[in-house]
Design a protein around this ligand. Structure first.
Ligand code: KPL
Length: 296
């Protein structure tokens, strides 16, 4: 067993996972990945990555973890879709990933997950799109992590090295809720209108954007989050602007015929609203429209 485990195990090498891996590898920090389905002959997971505003596409590779050697893992970064989260935790248990290893979870939407593992939420507003096998960092956003992770000293140092602008957030739940709200506006709207994030700034979406935001503020207040319509509206617009050239993850999922996170976003908001007796008619209508278009 290695005395000083320091590798990061990436589970979910999709668009966000590759962005994380790329930054980690640029900082020359060790990373391995666990593919969805193990292939006994592959030693590496290869990906093509184009950095923000770069004209060059790089071929990058992440070693695939072998022989259940999980003692060398110091932390796990999970970048899978919300609906896959539970099965990833079951897999970590089955594979014997030590229970004390910190787990960083970066997913859109909200899931009520129960685990005794030390979990830390990661929030990102970067825009990353995958098309024609190239992952492109198209929108410059920000990253936040649960400040409690700073108990893990070595990992924290690595995080500082790989992500110099990472925010350590003492109220990550509020940040996660805020991100949830903006994804509940941007993702389904771009999906049903088949448009890039920046197009939502057009006048034709103004009223719907405002209604979606104001209903989310009612729900937020019922849940005890301090949000107001004007601030949330500005935030949504800022993210649309910063990721204007990006195709939202939900529209990317639809185009690639993948399952979407609609249930963990609008579905979750509607469920919570029903429990609390809050009305979300604009979200309900958008959910209905989404399901009419895409439910297979
Ligand atoms: O999180 C995103 C997503 O697409 O899921 C945003 C921030 C909206 C960027 O596209």
């Amino acid at each position: 067993m290695s005395e000083h485990p320091k590798q990061l195990l990436l589970v979910g090498a999709g668009a966000i996972g590759q962005l994380i891996a790329h930054q980690w590898q640029c900082a020359k920090l060790p990373i391995v990945t666990l593919p969805r389905s193990p292939s006994p002959h592959a030693d590496f997971f290869d990906y093509h990555f184009r950095d923000y505003q770069s004209a060059r596409t790089e071929l990058c590779r992440i070693p695939i973890i072998k022989d259940s050697d999980f003692s060398s893992i110091q932390a796990v970064f999970i970048a899978v879709k919300a609906y896959d989260l539970e099965s990833v935790f079951r897999r970590l248990d089955t594979l014997g990933v030590p229970h004390d290893r910190p787990i960083i979870c970066a997913h859109n939407g909200l899931v009520d997950l129960t685990t005794s593992r030390p979990c830390y939420t990661w929030i990102t507003t970067h825009g990353v799109t995958r098309s024609n096998r190239v992952t492109e960092h198209k929108g410059l956003g920000s990253d936040w992590i649960d400040a409690r992770i700073q108990h893990h000293q070595q990992l924290t140092e690595q995080l500082h090295t790989a992500f110099p602008k990472l925010h350590f957030d003492a109220d990550i739940k509020a940040r996660q809720w805020q991100k949830f709200c903006l994804n509940c506006v941007i993702n389904p709207l771009t999906a049903v209108n088949q448009c890039l994030n920046g197009e939502l700034l057009k006048e034709q979406y103004h009223e719907q954007r405002r209604m979606l935001v104001s209903e989310l503020v009612s729900l937020s207040q019922a849940l005890g989050y301090r949000l107001n319509t004007a601030d949330l509206l500005v935030l949504v617009e800022q993210v649309c602007e910063a990721t204007a050239e990006n195709q939202s993850s939900m529209l990317s999922d639809i185009k690639a015929n993948r399952k979407t996170e609609i249930k963990a976003l609008t579905g979750y908001a509607l469920k919570k609203a029903a429990e609390l007796g809050v009305n979300l008619p604009t979200h309900a209508a958008l959910y209905h429209q989404f399901n009419q278009l895409y439910l297979r």
